[in-house]
Design a protein around this ligand. Structure first.
Ligand SMILES: Cc1ncc(COP(=O)(O)O)c(C=O)c1O
Length: 408
């Protein structure tokens, strides 16, 4: 894969920031978009735009074909059994909330348990915390090992016959840990619980096969995988989706409406009330086409190589502390530079054109577990190169010198 060619597909990467060539290392927060996706959005609005599923006119059919075509692309990308098991949402957060409200809450009561891990993003924590609060159920946590991994023995110990649902991220947005979802799913199922997978950091970066994982639900966001903002996905097993209640009511999702009663359409439409995110879905479809052209194994390989290289380069800088496992991990490195506040690190880096993220990364319980208030994070995607990592490492050395008085 020629990374110079790939970079040329992303017009935003060609610019200078603060007089320096942009080095974008914040794809875990949101990825950049290739020209192909921008063109697909432009083409959709200039050639096909209309509302879907209702019009008998030509543009209505074109828009419907484009929207449903995108659903088929998503289904095939994650190896879903059928297109009808793909629900378009606004993103991972909305997908997880839909499961918490539409699937879990009606089935949950006092004495029931929900199990999650200590590394979850707030989006895969608060919906379950709220469900437990409202129903009197108990939220239980799978503890982390010192290197930020989980042990299956701990999963076995926490998941019991009282567990109704296990929710876990496939790749941690802070530690980079890759969780053994298939094995956790088997444990959950043995106890009659369903498993919900937060795929926000995995689906964009590695091959994900929902049938192989045997997960009941999978949530992810288009904007982290080269697609537009405002589009996301909830995949569910057919029986789970059929049993799940809609949480948004209105046009498009109904079958019949009487004065005091209504019935819903079949899946996935009963979950897509109102005018759906048509252009967003079309853009996501174009992003999937792009990723498939390179192959998800190759995308994962680039992440792996860059992460390994970045860990080596950063570990060689005195006073830089790296968090998370040292072995196989997702395409990001979370770190701190001595006692320099991560926001200061990110600000100095920005002055050199380097974009990284600083803060609690929507994982406050995990920050407490790490014993820090916040961290810096560099994250990679297929358009990054070893030169980007070198730029980061050199800038961190200069940052250290700049804040020299604050170290130790
Ligand atoms: C692991 C993880 N889960 C959930 C989310 C939430 O995604 P979104 O903001 O697109 O809903 C993120 C985003 O950073 C994430 O990294």
């Amino acid at each position: 894969m020629d990374r110079a060619l790939i970079r040329r597909d992303f017009p935003i990467l060609g610019q200078k920031i603060n007089g320096k060539p942009l080095v974008y290392l914040d794809s875990a927060a949101s990825s950049q978009k290739p020209q192909r996706v921008l063109d697909a959005l432009q083409r959709y609005y200039s050639e096909s735009n209309a509302n879907v599923h209702r019009g008998v006119h030509t543009l209505g059919s074109r828009a419907t074909d484009a929207y449903e075509g995108a659903r088929a692309k998503v289904a095939s990308f994650i190896h879903s059994g059928s297109d009808s098991q793909i629900i378009f949402t606004r993103g991972t957060t909305e997908s997880l909330n839909m499961v918490a409200q539409g699937y879990l809450r009606p089935r949950l009561g006092p004495g029931d348990e929900i199990v999650i891990s200590e590394m979850e993003h707030h989006s895969n924590l608060i919906p379950w915390q709220q469900a437990a609060k409202v129903t009197g159920a108990t939220l239980r946590y799978i503890p982390l090992q010192p290197d930020g991994t989980i042990r299956l023995a701990d999963v076995e110990a926490v998941v019991t016959d009282r567990t109704r649902l296990v929710a876990m991220t496939q790749v941690s947005n802070v530690l980079g840990t890759i969780n053994p979802i298939k094995e956790v799913a088997a444990i959950a199922h043995r106890h009659g619980a369903v498993i919900v997978v937060d795929g926000a950091q995995s689906v964009p970066h590695m091959p994900v096969d929902v049938q192989d994982l045997d997960c009941d639900f999978l949530a992810f966001s288009g904007h982290k995988m080269l697609g537009p903002t405002g589009i996301g996905v909830l995949y569910g097993k057919r029986a789970a989706l059929e049993a799940m209640e809609p949480v948004q009511f209105g046009g498009e999702m109904i079958d019949t409406v009487e004065l005091f009663e209504s019935t819903w359409k079949e899946i996935p439409y009963k979950f897509e009330g109102g005018t759906p995110i048509i252009a967003g879905a079309v853009g996501l479809g174009a992003a999937i086409d792009y990723l498939r052209e390179y192959g998800m194994d190759n995308v994962h390989g680039i992440d792996r190589d860059l992460t390994r290289y970045a860990m080596e380069r950063l570990a060689a800088i005195e006073d830089v502390v790296i968090y998370g496992p040292t072995g196989e991990r997702g395409g990001l490195v979370t770190f701190n530079v001595g006692s320099v506040h991560p926001h200061d690190v990110a600000t100095v880096l920005d002055s050199e054109g380097i974009a990284i993220r600083a803060g609690h990364h929507c994982a406050q319980p995990l920050m407490r577990w790490l014993g820090v208030g916040s961290t810096a994070r560099a994250s990679f995607y297929l358009y990054n190169t070893e030169d980007d990592v070198d730029a980061l490492a050199s800038a961190l050395v200069r940052t250290k010198e700049f804040f020299g008085h604050a170290i130790r």
